[in-house]
Write a protein that binds this ligand. Structure first.
Ligand code: PLP
Length: 394
């Protein structure tokens, strides 16, 4: 069997039409295929490589940890330096109430942990989430993802989950003293970059506080500088009770976390004891990579010009084929006339060596979320190429 046949037959597929690009290596802004063709990765491996592929400092940290130890014990028993240092680093960059991190392996797992924590802490069962949200594909995370088509084949899901319209103030009245938590993306990603009003998130925060409901902010896609601040909630003047992070946390390595106050987190230690455990959560190599990743973002001041770079992309992509651009920092949704044109644009970009991608819940739109390290010159180049693709279809 050749590699394509193995990929299609021996590796489980997620769609009947995978892109199937065969990768030889990746570096910085670029991914290279087996023929040596370079592709600008304008989606950062889907909001992961915010500091670019294989940043030298991340590689160095990984290599160093490889020589010290790999897995030694399931999460939470032994004291491991990379976990300590990552917990300290997160404590340093997060607001005062978010002191305590529980490390897991992925975004969906962080969401699972956060939902369980909210139920356990409040003693309530009701969960409120938003239409068109995406929080992951495991049963709990899927239960709170507002996409009925993706949910339909996998029912029954979690009971007592209620969906509200994102960014609609009147809907917040559905949050009551029966609600354990509201889980919400600070900026909705897979709904096609939906940016809420300042007053909406502030009112949501107030309503949660008033009713003793825990506010879970999902910053899995928006975290680590993507929207122009380290976390998007900073731009809204609010803090969550539980924060979920993953994707760009690990600088290209798989790690997630849910973070809360010590008081809230402590309830996971009893009634039942070991009520939430993970073998590989907080793997030392991935923690070492995550520390290096956060250091790079800080030392290279990568967040500083994200707003400017995003605004430049927004401006340079204005074209008669484009219906609307929703953009916050380097997170962009470009709306086109319909799904078919969107498909043609994504394919046309690929042919010209640019990786763009679709959204789960916004079919007539494509996404761009390049590494924060992209330069102004590179932005001009790639936007020029994308506009050539628009021209060829217009
Ligand atoms: N939450 C958000 C906002 C996401 O964008 C994603 C993944 O796209 C997830 C959760 C799930 O993360 P993972 O794929 O690591 O399970």
């Amino acid at each position: 069997m050749d590699n394509k046949e193995i990929f299609h037959n021996l590796q489980a597929q997620t769609t009947p039409f995978p892109i199937g690009l065969e990768i030889s290596r990746a570096e910085g802004l670029f991914i290279y295929d087996k023929a040596g063709k370079a592709y600008y990765d304008l989606v950062s491996g889907l909001a992961v490589t915010n500091i670019g592929h294989r940043h030298p400092k991340v590689i160095e940290a990984i290599k160093k940890q490889l020589d010290i130890h790999l897995h030694v014990m399931p999460y939470g028993e032994f004291i491991q330096t990379p976990q300590l240092e990552l917990a300290e680093k997160l404590n340093e960059i997060l607001p005062a109430n978010l002191t305590t991190s529980y490390f897991v392996n992925s975004g969906a797992e962080a969401v699972e942990g956060a939902l369980k924590l909210a139920k356990r802490y409040t003693g309530r069962q009701e969960i409120i989430a938003c239409n068109k949200s995406y929080h992951g594909s495991t049963h709990g995370a899927l239960s709170v993802s507002g996409n009925p088509v993706k949910q339909s084949a996998f029912k029954p899901l979690l009971p007592d989950v209620h969906f509200i319209e994102f960014n609609e103030l009147a809907e917040l009245d559905k949050i009551t003293t029966n609600t354990a938590c509201v889980i919400i993306e600070t900026v909705q990603g897979d709904a096609g970059v939906r940016i809420p009003e300042l007053c909406y998130l502030q009112k949501l925060r107030e309503k949660c506080t008033e009713t003793g409901t825990l506010l879970i902010l999902d910053e899995i896609q928006t975290g680590f500088g993507r929207t122009g601040s380290f976390f998007a909630f900073e731009q809204y003047g609010i803090t969550p009770d539980i924060l979920v992070i993953a994707k760009a946390l690990g600088g290209g390595m798989p790690i997630g976390a849910f973070v809360s106050s010590k008081e809230i987190m402590d309830c996971l230690t009893h009634n039942p004891m070991l009520g939430h455990i993970t073998t590989f959560g907080g793997h030392p190599v991935n923690c070492a990579a995550a520390i290096a990743n956060i250091n790079v973002i800080q030392e290279e001041n990568l967040v500083d010009d994200v707003h400017e770079k995003g605004a430049l992309m927004n401006q340079l992509l204005s074209h008669s084929l484009v219906k609307e651009i929703r953009q916050i920092g380097l997170m962009l949704a470009i709306d086109l006339e319909n799904e078919e044109i969107t498909q043609q644009v994504v394919e046309g970009c690929m042919e010209k060596g640019i990786i763009a991608f679709w959204f789960l819940s916004c079919p007539a739109s494509f996404r761009l979320a390049p590494p924060l390290t992209i330069t102004t010159k590179e932005i001009e180049t790639v936007c020029g190429v994308i506009c050539e693709v628009f021209d060829s279809l217009g």
